[in-house]
Ligand binder design. Structure first.
Ligand code: NAP
Length: 485
């Protein structure tokens, strides 16, 4: 049960990290929280993305809250719709929905007179603490290609899939081969009349087979929660020690992934011309590594073509490449990624003395340990700048960040403090130490990717995932300006 004063908390976003924050508040006996959600359901990215082939490439046992295992996962890598069902089930079981204001967009959040005032269509409302849980790959990015809007057939971004369009009888163009484009291609290749994949940059593909779990496995997981916990711990160890180490430190782990990707391509694609087309120029993991067991099989099917000629323009009948060839299409899909620098924006966030987050971040988003910003007291960001993202399970990352925010929230509830924001000096020191660690990472080995910020440096966490937890467990008050009664 809670003690101390009532502390009101606003959470923006009812996706994986917003729900996680809500559960942590409930566990601390704090029910005075409101989640603002602009859509009409929970789930965030897993609600928005519904494209064919959508799968998370993190093992399902580890893409779950540590406190809520899911024995029912159907596969080693969880299919998108199952992940969405999981988060919906958690919201129901924990009775979080009554706290959520659906279809409510927060237009602005302003820190005034010691509180956060949130502006929605209902007017302004004050809260003691603001937690932003808006995700980071949310705002779709469309390519700047001449004639993009002139295409006569259905065309849409991968995260806005139009399910009213039937696919098997269509000639479909998939623009580009990032993680999403690869998954769509792997699913549609051979199952539609024709598939044309427009590749700008080849990707390294790691061969994770996505095997189905048997009824026996599910029954075992249901009956033996300890077994579930052991498997979860195994993947936590694997991600931290092997997979999570490979991109941030040179060593055998990086070499292992590199060899795996190169052999996967060599053994899977026999035609040397196609193999050359599919061979990336950069190192494996420089861009986000794509995991797809069946991509190479899909692109070798008879009605699938990988086009590497640059796109000149789009016209009503299809895509015209630089060599003047018109690729006639019925449906055009833009799998061109997201604005990875948006974070909470376009929402306006105004801190103390009227400073705007947009201005503070003019040269690129930054934070103290990914979670707080100087001048913005009692603001905590889930999966904020330089969070361990990329090929990681974001669920344990969000749990650690929620625990960190909870520590401050309980200080406020128990009356020990009124407000806290990190100091400029501590934030600078933290960001400088990250910059110094970047040259060790594979992300700076000569590719372009959404990982890189305006200054050309990766906006990712440059250390092993375990370090992130350690940093958030270390609550150093000297790094904060703390206001007490
Ligand atoms: P992405 O990785 O950013 O890929 C975007 C693609 O669009 C790239 O191939 C890029 O080409 C291309 N592109 C961008 N602008 C273009 C332009 N103007 N003309 C031509 N091509 C253009 O986006 P995503 O595939 O949607 O994936 C985003 C992130 O979502 C992933 O990195 C991952 O973190 C997450 N995700 C995860 C999963 C999973 O768990 N399995 C699945 C899907 C997505 P270049 O490479 O040449 O720049």
């Amino acid at each position: 049960m809670s003690s101390g004063r009532d502390v009101s908390v606003a959470i923006i976003g009812a996706g994986m990290s917003g729900l996680c924050m809500a559960i942590k508040l409930q566990q601390a006996g704090i029910e005075s929280y409101t989640i603002f959600e602009q859509a009409s359901d929970v789930g965030g990215t897993w609600r928005d993305n519904t494209y064919p082939g959508l799968t998370c490439d993190i093992p399902s046992r580890y893409y779950s809250y540590s406190f809520r295992p899911n024995p029912e996962w159907s596969r080693f890598l969880p299919p998108g719709p199952e992940i969405q069902d999981y988060f919906r089930a958690v919201a129901d079981e924990r009775n979080i929905r009554p706290h959520i204001r659906f279809d409510t967009e927060v237009r602005a959040a302003r820190y005034r007179d010691g509180q956060w005032w949130l502006t929605t269509e209902r007017g302004d409302e004050p809260f003691d603490v603001l937690v932003t849980a808006t995700g980071f790959l949310r705002v779709p990015r469309y390519p700047d290609i001449a004639g993009r809007d002139t295409f006569a057939g259905p065309s849409f971004h991968s995260s806005r899939w139009d399910h009213s369009v039937s696919l098997p009888d269509k000639r479909i163009g998939v623009l580009v081969t990032g993680s999403t484009g690869v998954q769509i291609t792997a699913e549609l290749g051979g199952n539609v009349q024709q598939l044309k994949v427009f590749q700008r940059t080849a990707q390294w593909i790691a061969p994770w087979p996505n095997r189905e779990y048997t009824r026996v496995t599910k029954a075992l997981m249901r009956r033996l929660p300890l077994l579930n916990a052991v498997v979860y711990r195994f993947w936590a160890w694997f991600v931290s020690s092997i997979f999570g180490r490979a991109p941030v430190e040179p060593g055998w782990q990086r070499w292992l992934y590199s060899v795996q990707c190169r052999w996967n391509l060599r053994l899977s694609v026999r035609d040397p011309v196609l193999r050359r087309k599919l061979t990336p120029k950069d190192q494996p993991m420089c861009k986000r590594l794509v995991f797809a067991g069946n991509y190479y099989k899909a692109v070798q099917k008879p009605d699938v073509e990988v086009i590497t000629e640059g796109i000149d323009h789009i016209e009503p009948r299809g895509v015209v490449t630089a060599d003047g060839v018109l690729h006639e299409l019925d449906v055009l899909v833009f799998a061109t990624g997201f604005d990875a620098r948006a974070y909470v924006r376009p929402m306006e966030v105004i801190g103390e003395n009227g400073i705007a987050l947009n201005d503070v971040w003019a040269d690129g988003p930054f934070a103290y340990r990914s979670i707080a910003v100087p001048g913005f007291p009692n603001l905590f960001m889930m999966t904020g700048p330089h969070s361990p993202i990329g090929n990681q399970s974001l669920v344990p990352v969000a749990e650690d960040q929620a625990d960190y925010a909870m520590w401050w929230i309980t200080q406020i509830r128990d009356g020990r403090i009124i407000a806290a924001a990190p100091t400029e000096a501590a934030t600078k020191e933290y960001n400088d130490s990250m910059k110094a660690a970047m040259p060790n990472t594979v992300w700076l080995t000569g590719c372009s990717s959404w990982y890189l910020g305006k200054d050309g440096l990766p906006e990712l966490f440059p250390w092993v995932p375990r370090r992130h937890r350690e940093l958030l467990l270390d609550r150093d008050l000297r790094d904060f300006e703390v206001r007490t009664a």
